[in-house]
Design a protein around this ligand. Structure first.
Ligand code: GDP
Ligand code: MG
Length: 295
């Protein structure tokens, strides 16, 4: 009856729209001080992510909280992404670490609140700038033993308000055997403590999702190494850390899992991280806020 309608051009239409407006993607980094968080922010931007990035801004958010963000606009095939990494000050130095998650948790809520305010404006912006945290990387100390009570406590709180991705910091300090054992132990401890990290099983939409995410869940927490220094290896300049045994190459998947983590966040799961943030965490915040207000 009908000829070609052109429904299949929807992808091109969406692409065109996205190209016009671009999108935001925000990663937050949290953990004990000295675990290499600030270094990893630089690693991320110095690694392949940003080889072609342009126009970068660095803004300081109020000093008292000392939460600092770095943004780059990355453009590929005409699509612009504003990638922001939020670096938080390390904790754990004080004798009393009670409530040390408060500034982090407050920052996350504030971004939901900002978005909510914009949504409720009578003159709503066509595109609301998105500062919500799409993913929170939690740095675990490479002790080889077990998680600290503080880590458990912190992650429990985070996992209820944001996509939580635990990572093992400074993994070059562990042997491959120690690393694998530690990963297993951490996964077990997270499970025992009832901490669910991203990608959560309950959000797998079909069998394909499930199979792909199972593989990722089994590889987590990714064991990373960070560096902002480059070395010459086989006539190529690589990001790495010099050790007495040679250079640990940060972006070499045989040396550590930094590249895997980066591809997981910025390539394969970016859209899903944004959707879960909007549909689950933001929605929970929004419903609660509107309920509280309604009395
Ligand atoms: P932050 O307090 O978590 O922000 O930690 P920094 O990024 O300031 O790093 C603390 C120290 O650890 C610095 O001397 C870094 O050079 C070092 N460091 C950072 N990342 C790594 C890593 O992956 N492996 C090792 N061995 N050292 C690291
Ligand atoms: Mg730091």
């Amino acid at each position: 009856l009908l000829g070609y309608i052109g429904i299949d051009t929807i992808i091109q239409q969406m692409r065109k729209k996205t190209m016009k407006v671009g999108f935001d993607f925000n990663i937050m980094i949290v953990g004990h001080s000295g675990l290499g968080k600030s270094t990893l922010v630089n690693t991320l931007f110095k690694s392949q992510v940003s080889r072609r990035s342009s126009g970068w801004t660095c803004e300081r958010i109020p000093k008292t909280v000392e939460i600092k963000s770095v943004s780059h606009v990355i453009e590929e095939g005409g699509v612009k992404m504003k990638l922001t990494v939020i670096d938080t000050p390390g904790f754990g130095d004080q004798i009393n670490n009670e409530n040390c998650w408060e500034p982090v948790s407050k920052y996350i809520s504030e971004q939901y609140e900002k978005f909510l305010k914009e949504e409720m404006n009578i003159a709503r912006k066509k595109r609301i700038p998105d500062t919500r945290i799409h993913c929170c990387l939690y740095f675990i100390s490479p002790t080889g033993h077990s998680l600290r009570q503080l880590d458990v406590e912190f992650m429990k709180r985070l996992s209820s308000v944001v996509n939580l991705v635990p990572v093992i910091a400074k993994s070059d300090t562990l042997t491959p055997e120690e690393k694998n054992e530690f990963k297993q132990r951490v996964r077990k401890e997270l499970e025992t403590s009832g901490i669910e990290f991203y990608p959560q099983k309950e959000f797998d939409e079909d069998i394909e999702d499930k199979n792909e995410n199972n593989k990722i869940r089994e590889a987590m927490p990714f064991a990373v190494v960070g560096s902002d220094k480059e070395y010459q290896v086989n006539n190529k300049r690589v990001l790495g850390r010099k050790t007495p045994w040679g250079v640990v190459e940060v972006e070499n998947p045989n040396h550590c899992e930094f590249a895997q983590l980066r591809d997981f966040l910025i390539r394969s799961h970016l859209q899903d991280l944004k959707e879960v943030t909007h549909n689950i965490y933001y929605e929970t915040y929004r419903a609660k806020r509107l309920n509280d207000n309604g009395g």
